[in-house]
Design a protein around this ligand. Structure first.
Ligand SMILES: C[S@@+](CC[C@H](N)C(=O)[O-])C[C@H]1O[C@@H](n2cnc3c(N)ncnc32)[C@H](O)[C@@H]1O
Length: 241
């Protein structure tokens, strides 16, 4: 289940966005487990309560994503290889865009990326991050349910070469997840319909679908064509045709 998200009455910046998203305006932080807040680094999600970590915003210029931008993502990057960059993949739908870490790695590797996010609040954070970065060539954001969108694009000119599926983990990883993913998990809940998303992706992708999983997690659907196993992450690759 996802947590209720509110906006503080005193936070003018977040209130404007919150109004467009229909978020409740709160008198005090403890009135909701999660707040949409405006910070010097942009729009962010903030857990409330004693000992809560700091706000989480989407960072496209600094940190790991910024490093990739400066140095370019390697074509040997496991995600890029799993998606078949070396086999001719040029267009990717990131069906589970979240904090845009994976989308940005693909953009910096030269791929054209359509990033779909179904949570309107997370999509608002993404739009804010892209605006603060002055735009990101190669990246298009779309708010909606990727299952319906991919189904409607199957067999049309909208079908991408590859689709990336990285669903939110269920509860077992919650205690060890990094701060950003923990807050995202609170905001959107578990993606229990991920098997249906994989089927829609398989029906739509021209060349392949990649499912990103925790290293020891069960497969999402049938047996993959092959898997690339890293230290903590596994990419299950489903080849088409
Ligand atoms: C684990 S996070 C993805 C993290 C992302 N790979 C990154 O680099 O930040 C999963 C995200 O996918 C979104 N999502 C899950 N199912 C979706 C669907 N059917 N359509 C669109 N977005 C979806 C969730 O709301 C959540 O934000």
């Amino acid at each position: 289940m996802s947590a209720a998200i509110g906006v503080l009455a005193t936070d003018d910046g977040a209130r404007a966005v919150g109004a467009s998203l229909g978020l409740p305006v709160l008198a005090a932080p403890e009135d909701a487990p999660l707040l949409l807040v405006s910070t010097a680094r942009g729009l962010a999600l903030q857990e409330t309560g004693a000992g809560a970590p700091g706000p989480v915003c989407i960072e496209l210029v600094r940190g790991k994503v910024g490093w990739r931008k400066e140095h370019g993502a390697s074509t040997r990057d496991p995600l890029c290889r799993a998606l078949g960059l070396h086999k001719g993949t040029r267009s990717v739908v990131d069906a589970t865009a979240g904090l845009l870490v994976d989308s940005m790695a693909l953009v910096h590797a030269g791929l054209s990326v359509l990033a779909i996010e179904r949570s309107p609040v997370v999509h608002a954070l993404q739009q804010d991050a892209v605006a603060r970065a002055g735009g990101v060539p190669g990246l298009t954001l779309l708010q909606g349910d990727a299952i319906a969108l991919l189904r409607s694009w199957a067999g049309t000119d909208h079908a991408p070469d590859a689709v990336l599926v990285d669903p939110m983990y269920d509860d077992e990883r919650a205690s060890v997840a990094p701060k950003g993913m923990r807050v995202l998990r609170l905001a959107v809940g578990a993606d229990l319909d991920a098997p249906a998303l994989l089927l829609a992706a398989q029906a739509c992708a021209r060349m392949r679908v990649v499912v990103k999983r925790a290293r020891h997690a069960a497969v999402l659907g049938g047996a993959p064509s092959f898997s690339q196993v890293g230290r903590s992450t596994r990419f299950d690759v489903y080849l088409r045709g």
